[in-house]
Design a protein around this ligand. Sequence first.
Ligand SMILES: Cc1ncc(COP(=O)(O)O)c(C=O)c1O
Length: 395
Amino acid sequence: MDKYLLFTPGPVNVAKNVRMAIYQEDICHREVDFDRLLQRIEAKLLKLYEIQNTADYRAVVITGSGTAANEAILSSVVGDKSILIISNGEFGERLQTISKIHNKNTFLLEFGWGERLDLGKIEACLKEKAIDIIAMVHHETSSGMLNPLEEIGVLAKANGAMLIVDCVSSAGAEVINMEKFHIAFCSSSSSKAIGSYPGLSFVVGKTAEFEKLKNLPVKSTYLNLDKYYQFIKNHSQTPNTPAVSLFFALEQALANILNEGVSHRFNILKQRAETLRQGMSALGLKFLIERKDMCSVLTTVLVPLHINVGGLRQKLREKSIIIYEGKGCFKNKVFQVGNIGELSFDDIQFFLTSLKNILLEFDQAEIKPIVSPGREASNINHNQKYREDTFDVCR
Ligand SMILES: Cc1ncc(COP(=O)(O)O)c(C=O)c1O
C-alpha cells in the first residue's frame, strides 16, 4: 500500500483533481484573478448549502482551520448580548471556551458527552435566562451524534434568539438548510466532508446579519468577521494574505460535490457509513450511540474489554489504515472510524477484513485455543466483552 487510507473525520484522502488543483500559475490576491476565484467559491458554497435566495446570504473564507471560523463568529456577533452554548461533547465545550474569552454573558447548557439534547431543557433555559443567541454544534464529532438542528432552529425562532451553528464536520455530509432551520451564521472547514486540504474555513451567514456587525464592538483583529464581510462585499477579497493554493483546491472539491449532486454525495456517505456499521456489528462490535442519532461521517465504536486502542491503531497503521482514538472522557473507551474523503468500496472491505483479522489476533491472545488443528482461524468472537461502565462513559 503506497498511501494511507484515512478512515478519520478529517483530514481526508483528497481526490486526484483536488491534489492537482493547487498546481496552478501563481496569482496575486490583490488582482482580479483572485477576486474571480473567491466569487466562484462563494457561489459554490451557497449552492452546497442549497440556499434558494442567494442575495440573502454571503459566505466568507478564512485562512485558518475550523476553529478560526468558530472564533470569528463568536468574537464578532454577540456584542454585549447573552449567548447560550448547548454542549454534548468536546466541540460544544470548545465553543464555550471561545465564547467565554470574548463574551461576558456566556451561559452553558451542558449534556453528557454522547447524550441526546433535551429540547424541553433547552426551551426552559432560553426562557429562564432571556437568551439572545444560541450556539451549538451540528455534528458533535467526539461522539458522532447528529444534533437536532431543525428542532432547535424552531425553538430559537419561537424565542426570538439568533442561531449560530458549528457545522465543521457536517457540511458536505448532512442537510444544513439555513433558511428553513433559521440559522444566522454557520461555520465549516475545507478538510472534512468537503474533501479538500486543511487550512481554510468559512462562515456562511445572512446578509442582513452580516450588515449589523459594523455596529458591534471589535474583539479580534485577525478574526473580525465584519472585516471579512466588508472585504468580500467591496473587493471580492480577504482582509489579509490568503493561502491562495488552498483556495484552488477548495474550489475543485466544491465543484466535485456539485457535479456529483449534493444529495447524491450525501447518499454515498450514508451508504459507506452503513456498510461499515453492518460490517463492524457482524464482528460483534457495539457502538457508543444509537444508529438513528449518528451522522454519516463516522462511527464511534466501544472498545471491548481485552482490546488496547493503541495496539489496535498500530496494527491497522501497519496496514496503512488510520483511525481515531477517543478523546477526553472517551479516551481508551472508544475508537472512531470515519468514512469521508476518497474511500472506495474496496477500501472499506479492506478495512473490515483487516479489522476482523486484528480482532481475531486479540481474541486468540485472550481466549485460547480458538482454532482447532488444520482449521482456519475464522471464528470471530461475536459476543465481545465490555467493561461494566463502558455504556455510560461520560454521563
Ligand atoms: C465539530 C467540530 N468543530 C470544530 C472543530 C475544530 O476544527 P479545527 O481542528 O479544524 O480547528 C472540529 C474538528 O474536528 C470539529 O469536529
